[in-house]
Design a protein. Structure first.
Length: 281
């Protein structure tokens, strides 16, 4: 794809308006995963995606990330067709925090500065404080020079999430893709991660595959997907009042006290124990 960039238009500045216009996409011919989907997200707003497993949430964000291209319709960024823009330029403006984030077998600092290799240590430490990662990093004997292991195996799930959040804050993207973890973290880690994500979302166009009730309630718009189509959209209050599919999903929740929002076919799983690192003396 990047080989095609020579013939594409450059992106000098990205405001952050995103729209899908009549998008249909299929992994296998004749089996569309998304059908004639249209939606718009203004710059700086948060769009929460909810719906059953297999409803098209992950496919929708893959199109926004330009990892897939629609067979019909267009993905527009600031009113321009994404397929006509240089992908290298676009992806420099894109931040991603997934359930399983890519951490390589290097230091904590080098993982955080992955998208900005020339970041100073002071900048790395500042974004780590915002992401609530600084305290646990300083607890390691080697601090920011601690080697995290292949795929970050020496860190807990909550620690890996906070490193990924710090990395995304440092990259300073205009468009952000979040896939909230379904692993059950301890309440302190959960609270710190949610606070870090709120800081990360501020002022950025965000698409979040939501598994937290608090995220959904604070979103500027909620998009409910079923069988590859948008069946409802609106704010939390609007969709509750509409008494449709979202209200049905909301009423079937059984872990409100834990801030869970479970989409049908998905569940929360306990995170595995991390590899123990020696404590700082």
């Amino acid at each position: 794809e990047l080989d095609e960039d020579a013939s594409r238009a450059s992106i000098e500045e990205l405001h952050g308006d995103v729209a899908l216009d009549g998008v249909t996409f299929a992994y296998n011919e004749g089996e569309p995963v998304l059908r004639d989907v249209s939606l718009s997200a203004s710059a700086g707003t948060t769009t929460a995606l909810v719906g059953s497993s297999g409803s098209g949430k992950s496919t929708l964000v893959s199109l926004v990330m330009a990892f897939n291209r629609p067979q019909e319709g267009r993905v527009l960024v600031d009113g321009r067709d994404l397929s006509t823009l240089k992908l290298a330029d676009f992806r420099r403006q894109l931040g991603v925090v997934l359930q399983e984030n890519f951490l390589f077998d290097g230091s904590v600092a080098s993982n955080i500065s992955f998208a900005r290799r020339h970041a100073t240590r002071a900048e790395i430490e500042e974004v780590s404080r915002i992401a609530h990662a600084d305290d646990f990093i300083r607890g390691f004997p080697e601090g920011y020079d601690t080697i995290v292991g292949e795929r970050g195996i020496k860190l807990s799930g909550g620690q890996r999430q906070r490193v990924a959040i710090a990395r995304a804050i440092l990259a300073d993207p205009r468009i952000l893709i979040l896939d909230e973890a379904t692993s059950s973290l301890d309440s302190e880690s959960e609270s710190l991660i949610q606070d870090g994500l709120r800081a990360l979302r501020r002022g950025r166009t965000t698409f979040v595959i939501a598994h937290r009730l608090s995220t959904i309630q604070s979103a500027d718009q909620i998009v409910v997907l079923e069988h590859g189509q948008i069946v409802e959209r609106g704010t939390h209050a609007e969709l509750l009042a509409a008494a449709g599919r979202y209200r049905e999903l909301y009423d079937t929740q059984y872990r409100f006290e834990e801030d869970r929002f479970i989409n049908p076919g998905e569940d929360f799983t306990p995170e595995p124990e991390p590899v123990e690192l020696p404590k700082a003396r």
